[in-house]
Design a protein around this ligand. Structure first.
Ligand code: 3HC
Length: 777
């Protein structure tokens, strides 16, 4: 649990997006519209293109014309009806056919299987990002297709939205002349979470439908809204239950044709736009907030710029500006990193040798938790929020009541913030039962032990669990560091033992580190993956070792900072450089937050496990002796006022001096003027080095899992793609040579591992598969 508290704050501060877009009679002219030419060329070479367009290049639309003269165009591209190039070409073809046919009077656009569309096909971003030859340009789709064909159509079109209309999906819907939605459909422009801005006219149409402030909020936060709210904002025109969706939409389309409903071109509405003076104020405020909250990100500002251009110079100019910004952002490191994170997050549940065996997760109905402390009560909260029955066990009434009170407080804080109804509160809390013995464990499907980090206590608990729980019951521990083999030493059914390492507060933090030993049954891993999904966590499956993946990778983070401070780097400069890099806070501020007690205990575990590469310093023990123990004592590397505002500790220099003498090191004049870039590298390259070891030993299945673990567990900036993705952007050779150079000057702490050395010699990336040990099972 060493990083439990740390991780909470980190994540909350991270601010990453883990995890917030003319009625002309159109006569098509082949010569005038290069996009048409592009499409035809693409169609001719479609077979070759298929390979390039990513795995989703199987999409299409189908059109059915009813006796009422309404053409229903349905987008079909499972699983989320994303807009692959195939779908876009086919949508255009269907539209053109509908416009040409005399028996078609009006159009309804919808998505198959209850989903309108999840937006542009993210697997096809690679095609847009280029390669050789002519590449499709989003401007062609946005202006020549969506605006000049769809919105300008001389037959009315209505979007029938169920499930989701996100990104390009909502943008297509906004180009229709009306939108009908189900109440629970999700509508949004989440493009910024991918490092781009909406590119199919979203920056122009959304503000004209919902007003500037709401549109900016929706785009900058990437958060979707539900159909009901979309209706109250004017984004959709009517709300109906799913079974009435298509019929209402087709009737609505005919009523537009008969002029009984307005024929609205969103791009040309102005009634929702604020006055120019008011708009300027909104833009200035949004820019100031974006710069403060996301200082390293350009695309937030680009989004505001595109909206502003449309408001100041008209929507057509806005569309051009949007397309220009989109095209530029596509090639940015931020976009590439965030797209990597998008897929990496979804791939953590694909575990070779486990999830490919055809195992079906068993139903887990009732879960027991041993220990009602901060972690146990957080885990209980997460479970009851997702409708699991929970038995919470403590050793006496007082502790039990405190645990239950903590669960109640966790839920109440949701009610206070308006995120939970009283009814849901009552329902959730009714699922929790407090107990003082193992009686109620006889019919549980899973137990999570969440007591203090004491090996013999845990061993005793697991012996008891084996006695009292049914034979199918999964036996999980929430330990953050202790070897699972040791915990299960006294029991027979070791195949049921698994680590369920939650990060505090467990009901909020998104990461679940699932630890398997070589005995853990694949079925048990599949079961826990399913529980993780149900309680909305991102699981990362890792092997068993001291600190597992997250804590182990990051132990050199604070050690490197202390090493640098002892060699003469100003600690506050280190924290500033690391925060600027994008971490929620620097290592010294973090240490204060976690508390010196936890920091020292964790450090000692790593010193024991990896003595050759831990930097041993007296700095923390010396400060602890004088009751400087971090934020809880209002004195640590910083001093804290009563509002928890941190300021430099004037005595810190003295302690560093003492620690330096005790380590026998001296100030290195070179380091006293260390540039920020070097500070970042000297702190993070040892972390990369340890991550390489984790990979080489098969503790992690793939580098992308470590990227997700670092982003969700430690607050590593997602817009840098995670630790290994970022490292690969610098090159294995560069990292190796720098570590080698520092290890000669400052010792074994920096010594590059064999895996890194090998990759450097080969000129290979650190993330490339192969060459490392089989996953540990
Ligand atoms: C020009 C335009 O303005 C640009 C754009 O439109 S960019 C795209 C904007 N759209 C988005 O950002 C939406 C991204 N998707 C999501 O947020 C979520 O996937 C979702 C809300 C649609 C569905 O969530 P959920 O039901 O939990 O399923 P989830 O596991 O995320 O996705 C299911 C599968 O669909 C894939 N998928 C989801 N959205 C996709 C998309 N837009 N393109 C391609 N694949 C997509 C996922 O990768 C996943 O594939 P997998 O099963 O092989 O791992």
């Amino acid at each position: 649990m060493c990083h439990a508290l740390l991780v909470t704050i980190l994540h909350n501060w991270n601010g990453h997006f883990c995890h917030s877009l003319p009625p002309l009679l159109f006569i098509f002219s082949y010569k005038k519209f290069p996009f048409r030419r592009f499409i035809l060329e693409k169609q001719n070479s479609r077979n070759t293109e298929r390979g390039k367009m990513g795995s989703n290049a199987k999409g299409r639309t189908v059109m059915e014309v009813g006796t009422d003269g309404v053409a229903i165009i349905t987008i079909i591209n499972p699983p989320v009806n994303s807009l692959s190039f195939d779908v876009l070409f086919s949508l255009r073809d269907s539209y053109e056919q509908a416009l040409r046919r005399d028996d078609v009077k009006a159009i309804v656009v919808t998505g198959a299987k209850g989903k309108f569309s999840g937006g542009f096909d993210i697997t096809a971003f690679g095609v847009l990002q280029g390669g050789k030859g002519e590449q499709p340009n989003v401007r062609n789709i946005s202006i020549e297709m969506i605006t000049d064909i769809f919105e300008a159509a001389r037959k009315p079109a209505v979007a029938a939205i169920d499930g989701l209309a996100l990104g390009g999906g909502l943008e297509v819907a906004m180009a229709c002349h009306a939108r009908i939605s189900t109440p629970t459909a999700q509508l949004g422009l989440p493009e910024l979470q991918l490092g781009i801005i909406p590119g199919f006219g979203g920056t122009q149409r959304l503000p004209r439908l919902v007003g500037l402030s709401k549109a900016l909020e929706m785009m900058l936060t990437s958060k979707p809204i539900k159909g009901q709210e979309a209706h109250s904002l004017g984004l959709v025109d009517a709300i109906v239950p799913p079974e009435e969706l298509i019929n209402t939409a087709r009737r609505w389309a005919l009523e537009i044709l008969e002029r009984r409903r307005p024929w609205v071109h969103s791009l040309h509405r102005t009634d929702k736009l604020e006055s120019l003076a008011e708009a300027r104020k909104i833009f200035n405020l949004a820019r100031a907030q974006a710069k403060k909250q996301y200082p390293n990100l350009k695309h937030t500002i680009a989004c505001i710029d595109a909206v502003e251009t449309g408001v100041v110079s008209g929507p057509r100019a806005g569309l051009w500006k949007e397309a220009e910004e989109f095209q530029g952002l596509l090639h940015s490191d931020t976009c590439k990193s965030l797209i990597h994170i998008f897929f990496a997050q979804r791939s953590t549940t694909k575990v070779p040798g486990v999830t490919d065996l055809g195992l079906v997760p068993r139903q887990i109905k009732k879960v027991a938790i041993v220990g009602g402390g901060l972690m146990g009560s957080g885990i209980a909260t997460a479970l009851i929020l997702s409708n699991y029955h929970v038995v919470l066990k403590e050793v006496n009434d007082k502790f039990l009541q405190a645990g239950i009170d903590r669960v109640r407080a966790n839920l109440q804080s949701r009610v206070k913030k308006g995120n939970m109804t009283n009814e849901k509160f009552e329902k959730s809390i009714s699922l929790l039962k407090g107990v003082l013995n193992y009686e109620s464990f006889k019919d549980v499907d899973m137990v999570i032990e969440a007591v203090i980090e004491n090996v013999s206590l845990k061993q005793q608990i697991f012996s008891d669990l084996e006695k009292y729980c049914p034979p199918h019951c999964m036996l999980a521990t929430n330990t953050s560091t202790i070897d699972l083999e040791l915990i299960g030493e006294r029991i027979k059914s070791r195949d049921r033992i698994i680590g369920a390492h939650f990060f505090s507060p467990a009901h909020i933090m998104p990461l679940l580190e699932i630890v398997r030993t070589k005995h853990t049954a694949a079925q048990v891993i599949v079961d826990l993956l399913d529980v993780g999904k149900n309680i909305k966590k991102t699981p990362v499956v890792v092997g068993n070792c001291t600190g597992f993946a997250v804590n182990r990778m990051f132990f050199p983070y604070s050690q490197a900072a202390i090493l640098l401070a002892e060699h003469g780097v100003d600690p506050y400069q280190i924290d500033r450089a690391i925060s600027k890099f994008g971490m929620p806070m620097g290592p010294f501020r973090l240490c204060d937050l976690v508390g010196f007690g936890v920091a020292a205990a964790t450090a000692s575990q790593f010193v024991q496990a990896f003595p050759e590469r831990t930097y041993k310093s007296m700095l923390i023990p010396l400060m602890q002796e004088d009751k400087n123990a971090g934020e809880s004592t209002r004195k640590g590397f910083y001093v804290y006022d009563k509002n928890r505002k941190a300021g430099p500790n004037p005595e810190l220099k003295k302690y560093i001096e003492k620690a330096r003498n005790s380590s026998g090191v001296s100030v290195d004049p070179k380091l006293t003027k260390l540039p920020e870039k070097d500070i970042v590298e000297m702190i993070f390259f040892p972390v990369v080095n340890e991550a390489c070891r984790v990979l080489a030993e098969g503790i992690a299945v793939k580098a992308a899992d470590l990227d997700i673990a670092g982003v969700m567990g430690m607050g590593f900036p997602s817009y840098r793609g995670g630790l290994m993705f970022w490292a690969d952007s610098l090159g294995s050779n560069y990292i190796y040579s720098r570590l080698e150079e520092w290890s000669k000057q400052y010792g074994g702490f920096f010594k590059p591992c064999g895996y890194l050395a090998e990759r450097a010699v080969q000129g290979a990336t650190l993330s490339a598969p192969g060459g490392h040990a089989k996953p540990r099972m």
